[in-house]
Design a protein around this ligand. Structure first.
Ligand SMILES: Cc1cc2nc3c(=O)[nH]c(=O)nc-3n(C[C@H](O)[C@H](O)[C@H](O)COP(=O)(O)O)c2cc1C
Length: 180
């Protein structure tokens, strides 16, 4: 199984990027996970959507080729960050690369609620007609107080979180059998 992770933070020391890297290494034998970089994606503009920049075409091609998308995002001002919304706008247009493609959401934040509001909004967005992505039901991963759960090497060290994510990934693999 080939998956892509779309991380809603472009900062170097991002907890969400660390979470994506944790998934990449811990489940390397279960699936291949490529972490996509949102930094090169320019602002969406409807005037150029039919002649989109190469960075956008490359990004969309990777999403299109993946069996599923893992959305791993912080919460900004009680919703999803602008960089993520921007990438979603590109994905929702022209060839609509998310149509029918399965999704799973995770998120890490320094707050106690661990991105609950951002994930609620992202869930709604995934059901918009330009995306129309089936979402893994029930398994919700909120990594709150993220600054206490990773060590200086960027490794996820909170055992309860590691074990909980093991369970979610097992559920995700089972659910993915409907789509492979
Ligand atoms: C513009 C901005 C808005 C934020 N809004 C929220 C918020 O609404 N809820 C929350 O839990 N944390 C919020 N935070 C704090 C983030 O949880 C924290 O910066 C986190 O480390 C971001 O994720 P990252 O480490 O992957 O970049 C905000 C941070 C920024 C920079």
């Amino acid at each position: 199984m080939k998956l892509v992770a779309i991380v809603g933070s472009i900062r170097e020391d991002s907890f969400n990027l660390k979470l994506a890297k944790h998934l990449q290494t811990r489940y390397a034998e279960k699936f291949e996970l490529e972490i996509l970089d949102l930094k090169p994606i320019p602002m969406y503009n409807q005037d150029i959507e039919l002649d989109a920049p190469q960075e956008v075409l490359d990004f969309k091609a990777k999403v299109k080729a993946a069996d599923a998308v893992l959305w791993i995002t912080p919460e900004y001002n009680s919703t999803i960050p602008g960089v993520l919304g921007n990438a979603i706008d590109w994905m929702s247009r022209v060839d609509k690369v998310m149509t029918g493609k399965p999704s799973m959401i995770m998120g890490a934040s320094m707050g106690a609620m661990g991105t609950v509001k951002a994930q609620m909004h992202l869930r709604d967005i995934l059901f918009a007609s330009g995306l129309n992505s089936p979402l893994l039901p029930m398994n919700e991963v909120y990594v709150g107080a993220a600054h206490t759960k990773f060590n200086d090497n960027g490794e996820l060290t909170d055992q309860a979180t590691v074990e909980f994510i093991d369970t979610v990934i097992a559920n995700f693999q089972e659910w993915m059998k409907n789509y492979l």
